[in-house]
Design a protein around this ligand. Sequence first.
Ligand SMILES: Cc1cc2nc3c(=O)[nH]c(=O)nc-3n(C[C@H](O)[C@H](O)[C@H](O)COP(=O)(O)OP(=O)(O)OC[C@H]3O[C@@H](n4cnc5c(N)ncnc54)[C@H](O)[C@@H]3O)c2cc1C
Length: 430
Amino acid sequence: MTIDRRNFLKLLGAGAGAGSLYGCAGAPAVSVVSEILPKTGRRVVVIGGGYGGTIAAKYVRMYDRSIEVVLIERNRQFVSCPFSNLYIGGIMKDLTPLTIGYDKLAANHGIKMVYDEVTAIDPAAKKVVVRGGTIAYDQLIVSPGVDFRLDEIKGYDPKQTPDVMPHAWKAGEQTLLLRNQLVAMKDGGTVLITVPLTPYRCPPGPYERASMIAMYLKQAKPKSKLIVLDSNPDIVSKAGLFKKGWAKHYQGILEYRGAKKVTEVDTKSKTVLVEGLEAVTGDVINLIPPQRAGHIAVAAGLVGPDKNWCPVNPTTFESTIHKGIHVIGDASIAGAMPKSGYSANSQAKACALNLVAAMNGKELTEFSGINTCYSFITAKEAVEVTGVYKVDKGAIVAAAGSVGVSPDLSELEAIYAESWLKNILTEMST
Ligand SMILES: Cc1cc2nc3c(=O)[nH]c(=O)nc-3n(C[C@H](O)[C@H](O)[C@H](O)COP(=O)(O)OP(=O)(O)OC[C@H]3O[C@@H](n4cnc5c(N)ncnc54)[C@H](O)[C@@H]3O)c2cc1C
C-alpha cells in the first residue's frame, strides 16, 4: 500500500483506536494526533532499536551534537538473535548475555528514547504515528528488521501456530519456547527445522541452529533425529564447512534434505507438507517462515515491486520511493550484503555519516561496508564468512577478492565470535 494522505488519515483512525485502548490499559489517555515531543531544532527520528537503529541513532549524535535524535522502540529491552542458537543448543544457560537496555546509550549520547509502537509514517507531513501521538522529523531512519509472509503457508494461524511450531527467528520468548520443547521431547523423537527460500535474515542461521540442536541431541537424546527441510536447493552459506562439520560430528543424527519447500502445516498432527504433497511429522518443529521487511516498512509503502524489501540509494540508504526516509538493516535491499547484524551495523554508520553530511550541505562519502558472520558447529568450534562491500555501477557489490570463509572448523573462530558479540552489543548499548 502506498501511503497517500487518505490512507494516512485512515491509519490515524486505526491509531486513535489503539490510543484509547492504551489509555484504558492504565497509561494516561492521550489524543493520538498530539505531537508528543514538540520539535525545536533539526531532528532525526530512528524507528527500531536493534542492530541497525541503535548504531544509526548513536552515530548521528556522534557526528553532529546539534541534531536532536529520537529513537522509537516498542520494547524496553532488546534480545540479540546472534548467539541465540547457542542457548537453544544448551551452551548458554539463559538469555541474559544477549539482552541489552537503552539507558546508557541514551544518557551517553543524549538520545531521546520513546518506547512505543510506530503504527504509520506520513512522508508528506514528515511525521510518524505512535500509539501515544505523533512525532515530527526532518529525516527518518527505519530499521525495523523482518516480519513473516505467513500467507504463503497454508494452515498457519499467527496466534496459535508459533506456540506449537516456534520460529525462534526473533529472539526472546520464541527462543525460550523452542529450547523448552527440545528439553521436554522424549529420547527417540524427531525434530524438524524448515528453512525458507532466500533472502531471509541471517543466511547461515538455520544451519548453525541445526548444528546446535544436533549437538544437544547427541549429548542428551542420542536416539533422536533432526531433519532439515530446506526450501533452497542446497545450504546457502558456508555450505562446505557445514557439510564437513556435520559429517564429522552429527552423522546418523542430522539429515539434510534440499529443495523441500514447506507450503502447508497442520498443528494438530504436528505435520508439515512439502509443496502440499509430501507429509513430514515431527515431535518438535522449528518452522522458519518466509520473510519480508518489518511490517511498518510495508505499511508505509517503502517496499519495492517485489512487495517484500525496501529499495534504497546504495550510498545514502535513502529510500528510492520516499525522500527523507532511509532504510537500513534486514529491511533494505543492500545488493550483495547479507541480511546480518554486522551488515546492519555497517549500513547504520554509513547512513548516519551521509545523512549528517547532507543535512550540513557537505560532500557525501562513498559506501564501504563490512560483514562477518560466525556460526558455531559444536560448543567449541566455529566457522566464519567475511566480505567487504562497495558501490559499483549503482549497486552494492563485494569488493574483488574480499569474500572468504574459514579454512576449517576452528576453536579460534569460536573465541573471535564471542569477542565479536561482546563488542557489538557493547557498541549498541553504550
Ligand atoms: C538465529 C539467528 C542468528 C543470527 N546470527 C547472526 C550472527 O551471528 N551475526 C550477525 O551479524 N547476524 C546474525 N543474525 C541476523 C541479525 O539478527 C539481523 O540481521 C539483525 O538483527 C538486523 O538488524 P535490524 O536493525 O535490521 O533488525 P533488528 O535487530 O531485529 O531490530 C529491529 C528493531 O525494531 C523494532 N521495531 C520493529 N518495528 C517496530 C515498530 N513498528 N515500532 C517500534 N519498534 C519497532 C523491533 O522491536 C526491534 O527491536 C542472526 C539472526 C538469527 C535469527
